[in-house]
Design a protein around this ligand. Structure first.
Ligand code: BTN
Length: 250
């Protein structure tokens, strides 16, 4: 990891086992850490995904990482998931992992199967304390049912040679810090074009649903705020809430 990344972080903690690196980060925050830090774990006993789902996290050499970042009150982290998704894909590309696409808001898919997930949580307290959680599958346990409604994959299944996890983690942390700093200065300007080239959904019929409703639309990429744009009954609409789930229609 570069000297500048080390200077930015007040702490990097590696844990054998933890309930969830995101929960651990929130705990460290209540213990008084207020500057950026990272925690990683070999295993999570209650790993969490988006929309209240479980993220199964066995000790199989996978990456479970959380970065805490305090955003100022004038820089709400709206759309940050776009910048983080792009950064994760670009980092994986530099390790020779290709054929990756992003599904709004930030699922990383390899040939249609979920390879990595991102869980961003933000709490306002005069500024926006934010925990960016990243889970990346190096190996799947045979009984793994990570995302019940989506096929999953791992680097082991997709690469002829597995990248070194520590090297990848170090590079990813460095790139995430750079991305967050760019986002603070420029919002999503530096990420929109890359997103477009990685967008799984663009131009495709999709089903958009939450607990209350499901409707069909045509995905139209994202806008400058990172909201999903879609055509619904001939009208261009946008969706900001990551509480929705999006599926490609068959
Ligand atoms: C998703 O796709 O639903 C998001 C999954 C995010 C999983 C990561 S693993 C590290 C961090 N700690 C957690 O409990 N969740 C995130």
């Amino acid at each position: 990891m570069s000297a500048s990344a080390r200077q930015t972080l007040s702490r990097i903690e590696t844990l054998a086992s933890v309930n969830s690196t995101n929960d651990h980060a929130w705990q460290l925050l209540t213990d008084g850490n207020k500057s950026p830090f990272v925690c990683l774990a070999e295993q999570q006993t209650s790993g969490r995904g988006r929309r209240g789902k479980q993220w199964q996290s066995p000790a199989m050499g996978n990456l479970y990482l959380s970065l805490f970042w305090p955003f100022a009150a004038n820089c709400p982290p709206r759309g940050l998931s776009i910048a983080i998704g792009v950064t994760l894909v670009e980092t994986l590309n530099t390790f020779g992992i290709n054929n990756l696409q992003l599904k709004w808001p930030n699922d990383v898919l390899c040939k249609g199967h979920k390879l990595a997930g991102i869980l961003i949580e933000s709490r306002y307290n005069g500024g926006y304390n934010t925990v960016i959680g990243v889970g990346l599958n190096f190996r799947l346990s045979p009984d793994l049912q990570q995302i019940v409604d989506q096929p999953v994959t791992s680097l082991e299944q997709q690469c002829s040679q597995l990248p070194c996890r520590n090297q990848l983690a170090g590079q990813l942390i460095e790139n995430l810090i750079e991305a967050v700093e760019k986002f603070q200065c420029n919002g999503l300007n530096d990420f929109l074009q890359s997103w477009h080239s990685m967008d799984l959904l663009f131009g495709h019929p999709v089903e958009i649903s939450n607990d209350a409703e499901t409707f069909s639309a045509i995905a139209q990429g994202i806008n400058a705020n990172g909201e999903l744009q879609y055509l619904y009954k001939g009208q261009l609409m946008s969706l900001s809430s990551s509480h929705y789930s999006i599926r490609l229609s068959l």
